[in-house]
Design a protein around this ligand. Structure first.
Ligand code: FAD
Length: 597
């Protein structure tokens, strides 16, 4: 039985401003709620959280796993931001969905629970960020996770399809975020998996895709709870806040937007924020922790006078602390691929367009929390294209998602999820660039905190990125022609059949004009540049700004292969342990060494 979705910690404005906080966390999202939960474990430490979105823990759009597309582009859930036109990607502007709700992007994301490869994190450490390699982070991956162990009888016979997790070594058994394998999938997913192994000539020894080696193809874990609150999304609000809403030393204010970090003598002392049209201030005796995510963290730093003097000057903000790296190093995973009609009788999630089928499945979900509504698409894999072959380091991720995802409208997320023509069942075969060489920026263009920052993802700024994605498209074309997959496919809808993929030039041209974001933004307050390896904000000369840290996905210094929610939780957990260690009030047994093993 899940605990209640509200409690004293979720308070109103009068109570919030009446508190004296040690720590104020700005952004009650994926990482922010991890930090809030961990710091408030000590009852004598007072923690406040300011979140712009609302508490939607009671909302079925959030809790029903397969309803994720219905939240994109709606202001109750999504910040609804867009990029500037991308000259190397069809000159289009691209939607940049971000969760504006308690739990942040973990409340609206696609729930895929993936970890990068060992080498991804070892590269962070190799850049000089001490303590951020794979071996350092593994305890924090385990600490945030509960692996809901599936009933072996319910699993497919093919162990490659759902690699049995070696839970003792790589997985947590009592962390706040539940992860599980799907208990409903389409036969086509299993066949795609087998075909991809044959085409990819990958090794077949995948033991555990969460062990720092995820090469291969499989149905992934998802952040779906199958034991505590079965069939529902497990996310930062349900995992890290819900069990702690009774804590007297934790207060969370929702629908409050921070507009500035208050600095006094070079030290962060408080936050200015707006709540229902009224301005307020709140102080932090110890620290301010920015966890507002990859777009809003650089925005808040810049609005507060921390950044590149030229950028700040153009926006009419006085530079107080110079650091030219704020808002730079933006990276995203770019998604391309193909769309096929399925042959008559082969079903996909698009069948949910059929009212009768949808009603029947909805009833099954309501009663048993099973069926397509409780099981978002999870079939994925990691591939290496030959020109960049390092056997441990995937440069492409692939997906077989049993529904239409319209890449011809990939710049507009609402259209991307549009339904196929009535009666059609479709499948999307996707390929995603994992380690882009292109870099983008996120900067303010005005001192108005309510004007969204200028987001320039820099898609395909580096020509090699389009070539790697195009090589992935060629690989995907081969998988689609493998007899195991081809037997279910009807007409190729995208690229249209007359759009040849024979030459590299044709493939590059195609991918440049048919991409979507995979929503894996990172890097705008990069470790080593904007924060040090203890996540303290630094100036351009490496000097620490007292009382101010960043803990969210903006601190990732380089990209990881795979979806990044799990890495963000791990960064949140490790960030919290670092803060505890520096605080000195948590006792010896709550430091880094105690991450549960
Ligand atoms: C649509 C979508 C699908 C995705 N799918 C997957 C997936 O399947 N698997 C996966 O691993 N990853 C996925 N991701 C990525 C992953 O969810 C994010 O990278 C991660 O959750 C980011 O965490 P964060 O803590 O950095 O930011 P967020 O979780 O976005 O948290 C930031 C919080 O700060 C709040 N905030 C911002 N500005 C202010 C302000 N000024 N004042 C107060 N509050 C503010 C926001 O409202 C938000 O709650 C997806 C992301 C999206 C958007």
């Amino acid at each position: 039985m899940a605990p209640p979705n509200s409690g004293p910690a979720l308070c109103g404005i009068d109570e919030f401003i009446a508190h004296d906080f040690d720590y104020v966390i700005v952004g009650g999202g994926t990482a922010g709620l991890v930090v809030a939960a961990r710091l408030s474990e000590n009852p004598s430490v007072k923690v406040g959280v300011i979140e712009a979105g609302a508490n939607r823990m009671d909302d079925k759009q959030v809790s029903t796993p397969a309803l994720y597309p219905t939240m994109i582009g709606r202001e109750e859930y999504d910040w609804c931001m867009s990029s500037v036109p991308q000259p190397n990607a069809g000159n289009k502007t691209y939607s940049m969905p971000r969760g504006k709700v308690l739990g942040g992007s973990s409340a609206i994301n696609y729930l895929m629970y993936v970890r990068g490869s060992r080498k991804d994190y070892d590269s962070w450490a190799a850049l000089g960020n001490k303590g951020w390699g794979w071996d350092d982070l593994l305890p924090y991956f385990r600490k945030h996770q509960t692996l809901d162990v599936p009933d072996p009888k319910a699993l497919p016979a093919d162990k490659q399809f759902m690699p049995h997790a070696a839970k003792e070594k790589y997985h947590g058994v009592s962390g706040p975020i539940h992860t599980s394998f799907n208990d409903h999938y389409m036969p086509l997913e299993e066949e795609f998996c087998k075909a991809a192994y044959e085409v990819g000539r990958s090794k077949k020894t995948l033991l555990d895709a969460w062990s720092g080696d995820h090469m291969g193809f499989y149905s992934s874990l998802g952040a779906v709870d199958r034991t505590g609150d079965p069939g529902t999304r497990s996310y930062a609000a349900t995992g890290y806040l819900r069990p702690n809403v009774h804590r007297p030393n934790l207060r969370v204010l929702t629908e409050a937007q921070a507009t500035k970090v208050l600095l006094q003598g070079g030290r962060a002392v408080g936050i200015k924020f707006l709540h229902y049209g009224k301005l307020y201030y709140v102080k932090a005796a110890k620290e301010i922790v920015l966890s507002t995510g990859v777009i809003h963290t650089p925005q808040l730093l810049e609005l507060s006078g921390i950044g590149d003097p030229e950028v700040l000057g153009r926006a009419g903000v006085e530079c107080v602390i110079e650091n030219k790296s704020v808002g730079a190093n933006f990276q995203d995973h770019v998604l391309g691929g193909m769309l096929f009609d399925l042959k008559d009788g082969v079903l996909s999630m698009d069948q949910l367009q059929n009212e009768e089928y949808a009603k029947a499945q909805h009833e099954i979900y309501e009663k048993a929390k099973k069926g397509p509504y409780g099981n978002p698409g999870m079939l994925m894999g990691f591939v290496i294209v030959n020109q960049l072959s390092d056997p441990t380091f995937a440069n492409l991720q692939t997906f077989c998602i049993p529904c239409q995802l319209d890449l011809s409208a990939g710049s507009d997320q609402v259209q991307f999820f549009s339904a196929p023509p009535k009666g059609k069942n479709r499948v999307s075969l996707l390929i995603c660039l994992e380690h882009p060489l292109s870099r983008g920026t996120v900067h303010i263009s005005s001192s108005d905190p309510f004007k969204p920052p200028t987001i320039d993802p820099g898609y395909f700024r580096h020509e090699a990125d389009a070539k790697i994605l195009a090589a992935g498209l060629k690989w995907l074309d081969l998988v689609s022609k493998h007899p195991l997959v081809a037997k279910s496919l009807g007409e190729r809808i995208q690229p249209p059949p007359n759009n040849s993929l024979e030459t590299e030039e044709q493939r590059v041209e195609y991918v440049k004009n048919h991409i979507s974001t995979q929503y894996h933004l990172i890097g705008t307050a990069s470790m080593g540049e904007v924060v040090d390896d203890r996540l303290r904000v630094i100036d351009g000369k490496g000097r620490v700004v007292k009382g101010l840290r960043v803990v969210d996905a903006s601190v990732f210094p380089g990209h990881v292969s795979g979806n990044i929610m799990a890495s963000t939780y791990a960064v949140g957990e490790k960030g919290a342990d670092i803060i505890k260690e520096d605080d000195g009030r948590y006792g010896l047994d709550t430091g880094v060494s105690t991450a549960r093993l």
